[in-house]
Write a protein that binds this ligand. Structure first.
Ligand SMILES: Nc1ncnc2c1ncn2[C@@H]1O[C@H](COP(=O)(O)OP(=O)(O)OP(=O)(O)O)[C@@H](O)[C@H]1O
Ligand SMILES: *[C@@H]1O[C@H](CO)[C@@H](O)[C@H](O)[C@H]1NC(C)=O
Ligand SMILES: *[C@@H]1O[C@H](CO)[C@@H](O)[C@H](O)[C@H]1NC(C)=O
Length: 347
């Protein structure tokens, strides 16, 4: 497809996933809970060494935003349709991440912090569930000055859609605001994911999230993230549809376009709220024996959705592509995909 150069920009935390099958003793030692995702604190740092030395890990290109962008790129096919920015170290892990993105056709524009190692995410797998511990390291060193560099700002100006996972709020809220404001000023789309309950629970992150929200055209999340937001705001409801409607109605700076809220619920229907209306989109069930690994399903859903958004397709097409991409990813290990998008027809 022509005319797709640089249509989608993602900004986030580039992380190399260090994925190991572990035992309960290791989870207990570091007080990790399956299904949880946290930022590493000092007491978690030995975990990374222990995984490498005793649990023969796999090293996989990760980072929620970079995964979603790789998926969108895969759906769009045109090399260079997508760009990704984030901060890495000057090391082997950073080069592995860049190679993985570029192999998929994503243009990376990393900020390189030579004094800090590339960030990693320990994925401790037990019985098909995971506990994630992110050690942001160099990812935490992203600077607004990087996106302000003329050659990078040109990428922002060329993009029709900019997307970040909420995790980036802990690193670069000022850069996110600046980019979101630029998108609103030109009536282009800014999209954000809640990404994890802690993003809307920890007071300074929640404050930054709420400052960004008036500039957000599309907000993604899953049901537990939706409920975490409602609880943090003291809304007194756990009803995902009601929460979606309320979030869609919160003040918005660019009044020309209503906010669209998209909450996934695993195998249950995806909820979309816009213009005072709720739509439910059922998920095509996948037979249990075909489910390999549901981790990364959320990232893939967003990537599929964004691939339609950048070419001006409807929300229904976005959800269809999101469900398609997620269905491919849950039938494989990690956030991986085959060469072709067999089984997806562009409308
Ligand atoms: N069991 C399932 N069967 C079929 N599709 C699924 C299943 N689980 C997830 N999906 C697909 O993945 C999408 C996102 O799933 P979900 O809401 O579970 O994300 P998530 O829990 O945030 O994902 P992640 O594990 O990546 O954080 C769903 O909308 C659906 O398309
Ligand atoms: C939603 O995402 C959270 C991470 O924010 C994850 O722990 C949880 O399992 C997901 N919920 C469902 C029901 O898929
Ligand atoms: C983002 O949003 C999706 C779907 O709306 C959700 O399932 C997923 O957990 C979120 N993922 C991340 C890590 O950004």
């Amino acid at each position: 497809m022509a005319g797709l150069q640089g249509v989608l920009l993602g900004m986030g935390n580039p992380l190399l996933d260090i994925s190991s099958v572990v035992d309960q003793a290791l989870l207990d030692k570091y007080q990790l809970k399956l299904g949880n995702q946290i930022l590493a604190e000092d007491q978690h740092l030995p975990l990374f060494k222990e995984l490498t030395e005793k649990y023969s890990p796999e090293y996989i290109a990760g980072g929620a935003t970079q995964n979603s962008i790789r998926i969108a790129q895969w759906m769009l096919r045109a090399p260079g349709a997508t760009t990704y920015m984030g901060s890495v170290g000057d090391d082997e892990y950073g080069r592995i991440l860049a190679a993985a993105a570029e192999k998929d056709g994503v243009r990376v524009r990393y900020h390189v912090d030579a004094s800090t190692p590339t960030g990693t995410c320990a994925a401790c797998v037990l019985g098909g569930e995971r506990s994630l511990v992110a050690n942001l390291a160099a990812a935490n060193c992203y600077k607004t000055a990087h996106v302000e560099r003329p050659e990078n700002w040109a990428v922002v100006e060329a993009a029709r859609v900019v997307y970040s996972a909420g995790f980036f709020i802990t690193v670069a809220p000022d850069a996110m605001l600046k980019v979101a404001e630029a998108m609103a000023a030109r009536d282009r789309v800014y999209a954000l994911n809640i990404s994890a309950p802690f993003v809307v629970e920890v007071p300074p992150f929640r404050a930054a999230f709420n400052e960004l929200l008036p500039l957000v055209d599309y907000l993604f999340g899953n049901e537990s993230e939706a409920r975490a937001y409602a609880a943090a705001e003291g809304w007194g409801t756990e009803d995902v549809e009601e929460i979606a409607l309320r979030v869609s109605r919160l003040p918005k700076r660019n009044g020309c376009r209503a906010r669209t809220v998209v909450f996934t619920q695993g195998a249950d229907p995806t909820v979309v709220a816009v213009n005072g209306k709720i739509q439910l989109f059922p998920v095509t069930p996948i037979a249990k024996d075909k489910l390999v690994d549901t981790n990364g399903a959320g990232d893939a859903f967003v990537g599929g959705f964004l691939s339609q958004l950048v070419v001006g397709k409807s929300v229904a097409e976005g959800v269809r592509a999101g469900h398609y991409a997620a269905s491919v990813v849950v039938q494989r290990s990690g956030c991986t995909f085959p060469d072709q998008t067999y089984g997806f027809a562009w409308n």
